[in-house]
Design a protein around this ligand. Structure first.
Ligand code: PGA
Length: 259
């Protein structure tokens, strides 16, 4: 599963969609793009999704899903908010919850993230819960404790089978720095084990990696056993580069039976 997170960047979707389609043949696995809400119904974005969803021929499908970068847990008197229910009404496929930029700049804490995750988990949308440690926490050697604490928001919850975690070390986001692939693999295994033990239905979730993934380093992460894909920020802003990353996953996906 490869997801583009456009964050709050201004992107020309006509150029992006053209470049993406030129660099990437249709693939069967889950590819997602998360533009800001206002671009959901951009002509080019919705046309790409339309092409993805047509069912005339299996070979011609990109399997592209449109998702949100955040959602509010409730509807009603909440000025400015876009709720999970609204996204569901418009058949949006997935939603990212708890991104570290939401935690840092918008002061989202575990209590709020818990409410959001509960709302998404009961909906038709695929939840992508972001967790990750800061540089200081990493240096202190408390990464696993931090992740476990962030995962408490799903304690006792019966998780949908498409429930997804994005492991995104805060210090790796947008910095060009990344953990060693084998360390990412170890953390992903840990996350799967924790989620399995604390969720009501013992679900083993998909765990994707995010933090300075590029077309140059993607392969080193993708070959790791417990890496189920990537959440790509900066390198997704160029349609061809994102297409190359999708192609790299395709190579790995086609040679592995588990993916
Ligand atoms: P990055 O962002 O790829 O630019 O590091 C990833 C993310 O924040 O999801």
């Amino acid at each position: 599963m490869i997801i583009a997170n456009f964050k709050s960047n201004i992107v020309d979707y006509q150029i992006w969609v053209r470049d993406f389609m030129n660099s990437c043949p249709p693939v069967e696995f889950y590819v997602g793009m998360a533009p800001p809400f206002i671009y959901f119904f951009d002509n080019y974005v919705s046309r790409l999704e339309f092409w993805s969803n047509r069912d005339e021929s299996d070979h011609d499908m990109w399997n592209m899903h449109i998702g949100a970068q955040d959602a509010d847990h409730s509807s009603g008197s909440r000025t400015g908010a876009i709720s999970v229910g609204m996204l569901e009404q418009h058949a949006i496929a997935f939603v990212i919850i708890g991104h570290s930029e939401r935690r840092e700049f918008f002061h989202e804490d575990n209590d709020l993230i818990r409410k959001k995750i509960h709302a998404v988990n009961g909906s038709k949308l695929r939840p992508i819960l972001c967790i990750g440690e800061t540089k200081e926490e990493n240096k202190e050697g408390i990464t696993k404790d931090v992740l476990k604490n962030q995962l408490e928001v799903i304690d006792g919850l019966e998780l949908g089978k498409n429930f997804t975690i994005a492991y995104e070390p805060v210090w790796a986001i947008g910095s060009g720095l990344t953990p060693e692939p084998k360390d990412i693999n170890d953390i992903h295994k840990y996350i799967k084990d924790v989620v399995q033990s604390i969720s009501a239905n013992n679900l083993v979730p998909d765990v994707i990696y995010g933090g300075s993934v590029t077309n140059k380093n993607a392969k080193s992460f993708f070959i790791e056993e417990f890496v189920d894909g990537a959440l790509v920020g900066g390198a997704s802003l160029d349609g061809s580069t994102f297409g190359e990353i999708v192609n790299i996953w395709e190579l790995i996906y086609n040679t592995s039976e588990t993916r």
